[in-house]
Design a protein around this ligand. Structure first.
Ligand code: ADP
Length: 159
């Protein structure tokens, strides 16, 4: 069975990696789908985000990395998957994820959204927070990989 884990991954954090690793134990293949959104301003280009995701997941043979512009459910159908994985941190994630899950169910009733709880080590880690930390010269160990940390620091010319 194939699971698709969609997100912006701007950039990928160790919280994302943890979810992906754990989900690999449940499915035959996990496709990490980097969303190309016209609405969301991203720090990293789609090519940069894809590269950072690929580099962070080389140790996971079940993982495939892809990008998509448009509805996630269209992509999920295209690859013959039945599961969308999303991560859940605090209560604030819940409302957004319930909305997305129900919208996607309306569009594609045959596809299930599976919510995976963040590990305690990462429940406070978000792409937005790590960008804020990096911009202000904060320590990033334990939050993102060294490669992601260096790439963010380069964006703000702190290397
Ligand atoms: P989006 O912009 O679509 O919300 P993100 O790249 O921010 O995408 O996150 C993708 C998914 O991973 C979302 O379901 C999000 O809640 C989840 N996620 C983000 N950070 C973490 C974390 N630290 N632990 C667990 N899940 C997370």
């Amino acid at each position: 069975m194939i699971a698709v884990y969609p997100g912006s991954f701007d950039p990928i954090t160790l919280g994302h990696v943890d979810i992906i690793q754990r989900v690999c134990g449940l499915y035959d293949q996990v496709i990490v789908l980097v969303a190309e959104s016209e609405q969301k301003e991203s720090l990293f280009s789609i090519q940069e985000r894809l590269q950072l995701v690929r580099d962070s997941l080389v140790h996971l043979p079940k993982v495939k990395v892809d990008s998509h512009r448009g509805l996630t459910v269209d992509y999920v159908r295209q690859v013959g998957a039945k599961v969308i994985v999303r991560g859940l941190r605090a209560v604030v994630d819940f409302e957004y994820e319930v909305g997305m899950a129900n919208l996607n169910r309306k569009l594609a009733p045959e596809i299930e959204t599976v919510l995976v709880f963040a590990s305690p080590d990462y429940y406070f880690v978000s792409s937005r927070a790590v960008k804020e930390l990096a911009r202000n010269g904060g320590r990033l160990d334990g939050l993102v990989s060294n490669l992601v940390a260096t790439s963010m620091q380069k964006k703000w010319k702190k290397v």
